[in-house]
Design a protein around this ligand. Structure first.
Ligand code: GUN
Ligand code: ZN
Length: 430
């Protein structure tokens, strides 16, 4: 049965970095949804004519947007958000890894998993590429929790075998066996997919990276994700650990881990050869602006990524990042680019694109999610201004949809996710 959502509809079916007019807006618009898919997007009056008798839900306060796509977020780290004053390696050692070690406790892991998927949805994220836990059981809990709420999840058991803390270290043999079980159990089940996830080259021996390579060869449709070029001290350490590698990317590339299925988080300090190689391999970057600022890693060289044709989209990087909101990430990306000497002047259309369709494409899901093109999954977000907020004032007094979108990103803290639909089904947000 078809139903219609009526409201101010905004999406970016085209790439605003490449063409003008990428933002499509319908002020009194609508989305016709049937069998979990977008059937039509357009002016409400036309949809009402096209689908007479279809029930209409009035979403006219606020905006209807495609579900947001988070290309980098850590399941065990919700409770680390806000740990101020550290840089990457001491933040990991003192704040993050002690908490991650506690996920050997399955009861805690289950609680964190439920909390995590609920927080993604409450922030309008309907698809996420997630760093799981170092523990197999906890990672299984994450997949289970995502399946329970209908979240589209790509995730993997994080693996490391050196330089973290002993409880988090595995061995290549054990990691192979544990990951293999998770792949068999979860990869391809409903909307769940598996990503091979070494934490970063710094904490992975060559033997462990070989295991990652073997898994990808045995299952070519798996994803691969890790961190890269985030912080200068990390980059120096990786260079010492892999003296044969010309650069950080080379540590992954040697093991066949740089491909169209790869998503690397951060890339704040890339060299030119790395950008060339990422572009050539069609590998993608998860750009995590609030984390880059919060941990003090640096400003993402967006212009250089664009110049090389390296694909990128937004990641919240909770808990190095400052929360689950991709609206906030879009806004912080905007601020960072304003401050960078060679930064770009991003528009609201760029921000929406980076939070939706760009993420879909980075995850190889560009034809399935990311915009309201007919036939795509009906993953939809309705955001409303908080009553009495300055964002509400904007909604009452601004009339251009693009200006409203700019206000939404800027005043993201005053926006409330009213409802989320996953494949056309309303999700429970509490
Ligand atoms: N590099 C290795 N592990 C992490 C992590 O948990 N967060 C971030 N931001 N960078 C990392
Ligand atoms: Zn991260």
């Amino acid at each position: 049965m078809t139903f219609i959502l009526r409201g101010l509809v905004l999406h970016t079916p085209k790439n605003p970095f490449r063409e003008a007019g990428a933002l499509q807006a319908f002020s009194d618009g609508g989305l016709a949804v049937a069998e979990g898919r977008i059937r039509a997007v357009g002016h409400f009056a036309e949809l009402a004519r096209q689908f007479p008798g279809a029930p209409v839900q009035d979403c006219r306060e606020g905006l209807l947007l495609p579900g947001l796509v988070d290309t980098h977020v850590h399941y065990p780290q919700t409770r680390v958000i806000g740990a101020m004053g550290y840089t990457l390696l001491d933040w990991l050692e003192k704040r993050t890894l002690p908490l991650e070690a506690r996920l050997s406790d399955n009861k805690l892991a289950r609680e964190l998993a439920r909390e995590f998927v609920r927080l993604l949805l409450r922030n309008g994220t309907t698809t996420a590429l997630v760093f799981g836990s170092h523990f197999q059981g906890a990672t299984a809990n994450l997949f289970g929790a995502a399946e329970d709420v209908g979240l589209r999840l790509i995730a993997g058991q994080v693996c490391s075998d050196r330089r973290l803390r002993p409880e988090l270290h595995t061995t290549p043999e054990r990691s192979y066996a544990e990951q293999k079980m998770l792949i068999q159990r979860f990869h391809g089940r409903g909307k769940l997919r598996y990503a091979v996830t070494p934490r970063f080259a710094l904490s992975a021996s060559e033997g462990l990276l070989e295991v990652c390579q073997a898994l990808l060869q045995e299952h070519p449709d798996l994803y691969f994700t890790s961190h890269i070029n985030e912080h200068t001290e990390e980059i120096r350490t990786v260079a010492e650990l892999f003296p044969w590698s010309a650069h950080y990317l080379g540590t992954y590339d040697r093991f066949g881990l740089v491909s169209e299925r790869s998503v690397f988080a951060h890339n704040v300090h890339p060299s030119e050869p790395e950008l060339r190689r990422l572009a050539e391999a069609r590998a993608a970057i998860a750009h995590c602006p609030s984390s880059n600022a919060f941990i003090g890693s640096g400003i993402f060289p967006m212009r250089r990524h664009l110049a090389h044709g390296v694909r990128f989209a937004l990641g919240s990087d909770v808990g190095g990042g400052t929360g689950f909101s991709l609206l906030k990430e879009g806004f912080v990306a905007y601020l960072a680019q304003r401050l960078a000497p060679d930064g770009l002047n991003l528009t609201p259309a760029h921000l929406l694109y980076l939070a939706t369709q760009a993420g879909a494409e980075v995850l190889g899901l560009g034809a399935e999610i990311g915009s309201f093109a007919p036939g795509k999954a009906a993953d939809i977000l309705w955001v409303k201004p908080e009553a009495g907020s300055s964002l509400e004032v904007h909604f009452r007094h601004l009339d251009s949809p693009e200006e409203l979108l700019g206000s939404l990103f800027t005043l993201h803290g005053e926006a409330r996710v009213e409802k989320v639909w996953l494949l056309g089904q309303e999700a429970a947000l509490n």
